[in-house]
Ligand binder design. Structure first.
Ligand code: NAP
Length: 517
């Protein structure tokens, strides 16, 4: 069992009671009494705190952290040692002692004497690096085990990049039990969730977003609801979104909701991958070298869609032909043999969303005039999809050189924005692929109401707000509309099929997106 542990970091007894009771109600499986947070801590105060926690009948870790290892209130060494030995006498399940202190004879002698008297308590020897990974993680682990083979080893370091997390997973793989390795920072978030998959003795989650005792800690409700902690086991298959930034992404919420609905032992995580192609290639190589991690697929967002294409091309991996032409990949699947395949579900999602609005027919597109506004990444994918289905495309863009280049590539016409609504303006389909109309500029629209007629289909890729000014105008004149949410859900549905071979639940995805927005 990997105990989901909530640190209790109150500065007084009353607050401690509130925090601990709340942690119990939220489903904590163990509490960590961070006694160093208690202001004015002495032995009596500690006993009162500990006795209260005992009444909640959860296992307890007692920690009285040295300031050099992140402790609060700069407590005297003699008091810290007294608290730990008292905790052992009182029957704490675990006491956490810093490795740097335990290495010293006077510390280890007293702790071991107390442990001998009470055979119940387990000793945790911990070490922290708040700046970076350790130079040699294996050596750190072996040094701790060599001075105390019965201890649970807890190693916490800062991941400055997602690629710093791999050696943490390697250490779990090389050692069977009595180990906790966690990475601080947002990039290290996955180590906190995956500790259970790799058999860690415990992992931590904060009481809420304001109560973190370490950087990158996530709240217990996020751990249990979004990441479905209770269901994680060694066989859980992993997916994720690779992006930077990644915190705003709706993808973990929608894919995890669909995995849950389908009862699949699959988990979708945010992968903060900072840097450029060098870091991306390193990530992919390290991941594919470790099939035992269980990663089976990824969504890819900015800034790595082109990096993904280049990586897969250079490594001779499978690529969807239209994705190759579009020049970007937003979906990767990883096979049992660690081969990667790349797809673009943006164009497919957009085409599906339009088809749904016109009655589900793929034949609708052939011979239709489409006005695509914008010439960026999303426009490129949509233009490729429209051309593939037989539309005549005109691209309107602020920077004319950019849209002329795109038009040449895809056999389309190019025009400046000023040409919208001019004499030859007669589209069956309008697609906004610019950010115009996106929150907070919700009053803006690339096409004014007088240039929209009831026989047109109007599609806005912007999804925040769900109904943009452009879509509001289109509805007002009786035109059919397609929203950015329709496209987002359709591309995610397509990804879900790539990930699982099964259809996702569009209604759950849509509801999750609306809740998120
Ligand atoms: P991008 O590559 O940066 O391209 C942005 C495009 O918008 C360019 O053509 C740019 O014109 C134009 N533009 C930006 N500001 C403008 C303004 N004030 N007036 C006129 N044109 C302007 O961005 P992208 O990745 O293609 O994304 C475009 C939009 O797609 C995003 O804003 C987002 O809302 C939407 N999106 C939707 C989904 C979905 O699933 N629904 C997914 C991804 C993105 P210039 O060439 O002149 O700079």
């Amino acid at each position: 069992m990997t105990y989901l542990t909530v640190p209790i970091s109150a500065d007084n007894i009353e607050e401690l009671k509130v925090q601990a009771t709340k942690a119990l109600s939220l489903g904590a499986e163990m509490l960590e009494l961070r006694s160093d947070y208690l202001v004015g801590l002495d032995l009596e105060m500690f006993k009162e705190a500990f006795e209260f926690l005992k009444t909640l009948e959860l296992p307890i870790i007692v920690t009285c952290r040295d300031a050099r290892e992140g402790g609060q209130n700069n407590l005297e060494e003699s008091l810290r040692l007294q608290i730990l030995t008292e905790a052992i006498k009182l029957g704490a399940d675990y006491v956490d002692c810093e490795y740097i202190n335990y290495k010293r004879h006077e510390f280890s002698t007293e702790i071991e004497a107390a442990l001998e008297e009470n055979g119940f308590t387990k000793l945790i020897l911990s070490i922290h690096n708040f700046e970076s990974p350790f130079t040699d993680l294996r050596m750190v682990y072996e040094s701790i085990v060599s001075i105390c083979s019965h201890a649970v080893v807890k190693i916490v370091y800062k991941a400055n990049h997602i690629n710093d997390c791999f050696e943490c997973f390697d250490l779990y793989r090389e050692n069977d039990s009595k180990l906790v390795v966690l990475c601080m920072s947002q990039a290290g978030l996955i180590t906190r969730v995956l500790a259970k998959k790799f058999g860690a003795e415990f992992t931590f989650a904060s009481l809420d977003d304001d109560c973190q005792t370490a950087s990158g800690q996530i709240s217990i409700s996020t751990m249990k609801n979004l990441y479905r902690y209770d269901l994680i086991d060694k066989d859980t298959q992993l997916y994720g979104i690779i992006a930077a930034p990644v915190g705003h992404s709706m993808s973990p919420a929608i894919h995890n909701a669909c995995f849950k609905k389908a009862g699949m032992n699959k988990l979708y995580l945010p992968i903060l991958l900072e840097g450029d192609s060098l870091e991306f290639n390193e990530f992919m190589d390290m991941l594919r070298d470790r099939p035992w991690l269980g990663f089976k697929g990824f969504s890819v967002s900015l800034p790595h869609k082109e990096n993904t294409l280049d990586y897969l091309k250079n490594k001779g991996q499978e690529l969807e032909s239209l994705a190759l032409e579009i020049g970007s990949i937003n979906t990767i699947t990883i096979s049992e043999a660690s081969n990667a395949s790349g797809f673009n579900t943006d164009y497919k999602g957009a085409m599906d969303a339009i088809a749904a609005a016109v009655g589900g027919s793929v034949d609708w597109f052939r011979g239709k005039n489409a006005a695509v506004i914008g010439a960026g990444g999303v426009a490129r994918a949509i233009i490729a999809g429209l051309r593939d289905r037989g539309c005549h495309v005109t691209i309107y863009n602020r920077t004319i050189a950019r849209c002329e280049k795109l038009a040449r590539e895809f056999g389309a016409k190019a025009a400046p924005l000023e040409k919208i609504g001019s004499d030859d303006w007669n589209p069956d389909l309008i697609v906004n692929c610019t950010s115009v109309g996106m929150s907070p500029n919700v009053g803006d629209s690339v096409v004014s109401i007088e240039n929209i007629t009831s026989d047109m289909v109007v599609f806005d890729t912007v999804y925040n707000p769900v109904e943009t000014k452009l879509l509001g105008n289109a509805k007002a004149v009786g035109a059919k509309t397609v929203s950015g949410v329709d496209m987002f859900v359709a591309q995610a549905m397509e990804q879900f099929i790539h990930f699982t071979g099964e259809k996702g639940d569009a209604e759950i995805m849509r509801k999750t997106v609306f809740d998120w927005l």
